[in-house]
Design a protein around this ligand. Structure first.
Ligand code: BGC
Length: 749
């Protein structure tokens, strides 16, 4: 073709109908779809990656070539975006997705810890900040929030979720979606959220990651689905499927889950992406070959194929054989284009690349301060015998233990960036906080573990640590010398960040043996010992609770974890966090959670044939909602404004709360409801509301909670969402165990 013809042709292409429509309206997408070839459409459904064992069509230069050909719809980086926009036939921009789970560069506490703050506005703010820091470097789509409910601390991914309660999980889901997406998804500092993992991933059997799940529909609707639905109600733009089965069919190929429930019943109008290679994994589930599983996924309403490239390979063949329809491809493609449109990518594909702004916002003081505040509010005081805490800044403080000298572990699992320059070790933070007043000595005392595999998990070969018994003895000796010189000992123990998160299940959730041994040696010195824990899951702490004076659960608290901890230990901040997950007495109790169903043989110590263990109690060591303060709170008698209500009427529950201690404090007051006689057996208690209350020393306040008839509804055996008439019990207290009770009746008109 000679040059002038070429130019005319190019002009014609660029002046095609799709580019004439305004990029924000539906016509624009209609015209665009009409111009797209089949392969370009399938390309939009393709999230390029590169997983071990998966033949990758889009690697390295090949990937760039695929982008050029319009065969990849989602990928990150400015270079890729330039190729997509400037060199592909239709110039369709890429959407760039990432896992920004608890902050981008300013890292917040792991989600399980943040949940313990019961501070929804601050959690929302942490998501807002994550969006601000992510969007300046190209990311406009976040594979978060993870809203799975988990009752199993063995499961490493419990660190990523809000804990065991569906109602509270739903509040967090809404806050996170609002935080990421803001009011205007097309703004350059908001990003599209992706609620995951739909559905039931948190119920993996035996707490083993990627394991199977099985549960009844009433259980899933009442106990697991609330947070997913809440995210949809909050307008989440996308949803990620889970790896597990839902009623025998993998979620990724489950048409009931995506089409009937998510889209038809919940009116979700965004797009669905698979989890990483989840389509291909259906082959392992025994559902069929690649052709079959691709067909199932597309028919189930799954729009985007993450990494597996099954859609690329199989959809053309399936179309030829009339096993899927072009409508199905068009619908999926349109949903992805709509997402790009909502983000404003067609108007400005480069709006999310702002290196100058990045210098100002990433790790700015306001973000670091928010991280500190959330970390302070996430630290749970589990035990404080003889009020050994807060620590006085005097004498000599011994800071001993492997977790006192690490930075990166405090960031926790799954960080987008492992920035540690703004992070202090716990030892340094304590030393700085006490400077000029108390002497602070430190020693590691032992390794994280003497299990060589666990110790070296995720380490590169050059960093491999060999277990050296002599070295271990030397470490212990040094620590005991430090302890000997100290007036009070902070034993800083817990888990490495690699022991929680994805593919990090643990069958033994106690402190590793070498840490326990060190703790025992420290206790043998008969000095006051505070056990400070930095970990990513509930631990089994029976021995520690029986023997140590004070226990502080500091979790993996993010960029400002160490300073937040020092503030709490020295009483600059009065701890107020409350657990959102039960801590078991031992692994044998799992699953142990507060909102359990009743048994026909309730525990009775005088009768043999009742529901119990021979060797441990039924109750967890620390229940849901539990956490102490440096002050004391006294609850007055709870009252209700009426004994009977009719549907639509409001009931007000009131209680006086008094801070009877010497310092100001914050209490999380929790309200639970129980439906004692119902169509299906209901949990012994369910959280329905809470208030986080600030009280000065000596101050009191009357709190009011309003209960609506909606709070009494649940999913019945036919899945209708309704209430039953009759008696209801209300419980109010500072945790799920220590509560007052009052009853009312819901009557017909
Ligand atoms: C995880 C998802 C994550 C995805 C992409 C998967 O292995 O299960 O939570 O979003 O990888 O990184």
């Amino acid at each position: 073709m000679n040059k002038p013809y070429c130019i005319i042709l190019l002009l014609l292409i660029s002046f095609s109908t799709y580019s004439q429509n305004s990029k924000g309206d539906a016509d624009f997408l209609d015209s665009l779809l009409q111009e797209m070839t089949l392969l370009e459409k399938i390309g939009q459904l393709n999230l390029s990656g590169g997983a071990a064992g998966i033949p990758v069509i889009g690697k390295g230069d090949a990937r760039e070539d695929y982008i050029r050909q319009g065969l990849i719809g989602c990928s990150g980086g400015i270079k890729s975006q330039r190729i997509a926009v400037n060199e592909s036939r239709l110039g369709i921009p890429l959407i760039a997705g990432r896992d920004i789970i608890h902050g981008h560069t300013t890292i917040f506490p792991i989600p399980l810890a943040s949940a313990c703050s019961w501070n929804l506005p601050l959690i929302e703010k942490s998501a807002r900040i994550a969006a601000i820091e992510s969007t300046v470097s190209g990311t406009c789509w976040n594979y978060s929030p993870m809203v799975d409910i988990s009752r199993d601390p063995r499961w490493g991914r419990i660190a990523e979720c809000a804990g065991e309660d569906p109602w509270y999980g739903a509040q967090i889901a809404k806050a996170m979606v609002r935080g990421y997406q803001g009011d205007d998804l097309s703004a350059s500092n908001t990003m599209m959220a992706c609620m995951k993992h739909f559905a039931l991933y948190g119920a993996s059997e035996a707490g083993r990651d990627y394991n199977t799940v099985d549960m009844s529909r009433v259980s899933m609707f009442n106990e697991y689905m609330l947070p997913y639905k809440a995210a949809v109600d909050a307008g989440v733009g996308s949803v990620m499927t889970s790896f597990n089965l839902v009623e025998g069919i993998p979620a990724t190929g489950n048409s009931w889950l995506m089409n009937d429930l998510l889209r038809d019943r919940w009116n979700f109008d965004g797009f669905v992406v698979t989890d990483y290679t989840a389509i291909n994994e259906m082959i392992h589930h025994g559902i069929g070959d690649l052709t079959m599983v691709v067909k199932k996924a597309l028919k189930a309403g799954v729009d985007m194929d993450m990494v597996g490239e099954g859609y690329m390979k199989e959809i053309p063949k399936l179309l030829e054989k009339n096993q899927v329809t072009i409508d199905q491809v068009n619908i999926a493609c349109r949903r992805i284009l709509e997402a790009k449109q909502k983000l404003g990518l067609f108007n400005d594909p480069f709006k999310y690349f702002q290196p100058e702004l990045a210098k100002k916002v990433v790790l700015c003081q306001a973000h670091l301060d928010a991280s500190l505040e959330l970390a302070q509010q996430s630290i749970v005081l589990l035990k404080n015998q003889n009020e050994i805490l807060p620590l006085k800044k005097r004498g000599t403080i011994g800071v001993i233990g492997p977790l006192a000298f690490t930075k990166s572990d405090l960031l926790g699992m799954w960080c987008a960036h492992n920035e540690t320059d703004h992070l202090k070790t716990i030892y340094t933070a304590i030393k700085e906080a006490a400077a000029g007043k108390a002497k602070v000595l430190g020693a590691e005392g032992t390794l994280f573990t003497t299990d060589e595999y666990l110790l070296n998990r995720n380490k590169e070969e050059k960093d491999h640590i060999n277990i050296d018994t002599q070295q271990l003895e030397k470490m212990k000796k040094e620590a005991l010398q430090v302890a000997d010189k100290s007036d009070v000992i902070l034993a800083v123990m817990g888990e490495s960040r690699d022991w929680s998160g994805e593919a990090a299940s643990r069958a033994d959730i106690s402190l590793p043996e070498c840490q326990q041994d060190l703790l025992k040696d420290l206790l043998a010195l008969n000095k006051p010992v505070v056990l400070v824990l930095a970990n990513g899951r509930p631990l089994a702490l029976k021995w520690e609770n029986d023997n140590v004076d004070a226990i502080v659960e500091a979790w993996h608290g993010g960029t400002r974890a160490a300073e937040a901890l020092a503030d709490v230990l020295f009483g600059e901040v009065n701890p107020s966090a409350k657990l959102t997950v039960s801590f078991p007495v031992s692994v044998g109790q799992i699953p142990v959670y507060y909102n359990q169903k009743r048994t026909g043989r309730p525990y009775d110590e005088t009768y043999k044939f009742t529901s119990k263990y021979l060797d441990i109690p039924n109750e967890p060591l620390f229940p849901f909602g539990y956490g102490l303060s440096y002050t004391r709170f006294e609850y007055g008698t709870i009252q209700i404004d009426k004994k009977n209500v009719i549907p639509g009427e409001l009931l007000t529950v009131s209680v006086e709360l008094k801070n009877t201690g010497d310092v100001d404090g914050v209490e999380v007051v929790q309200l639970y409801i129980n439906d004692p006689v119902a169509e299906i057996s209901r949990p012994v208690k369910e959280l329905k509301n809470f208030q986080k209350v600030n009280l000065k020393a000596g101050e009191s306040k009357v709190l009011h909670f309003v209960i609506t008839t909606d709070d009494l509804k649940y999913y019945h055996s036919d899945l209708s969402y309704d209430y039953d008439f009759g008696k209801f019990n209300i419980y109010v207290g500072g945790n799920s165990r220590d509560v007052q009770e009052i009853s009312f009746e819901l009557k017909g008109r």
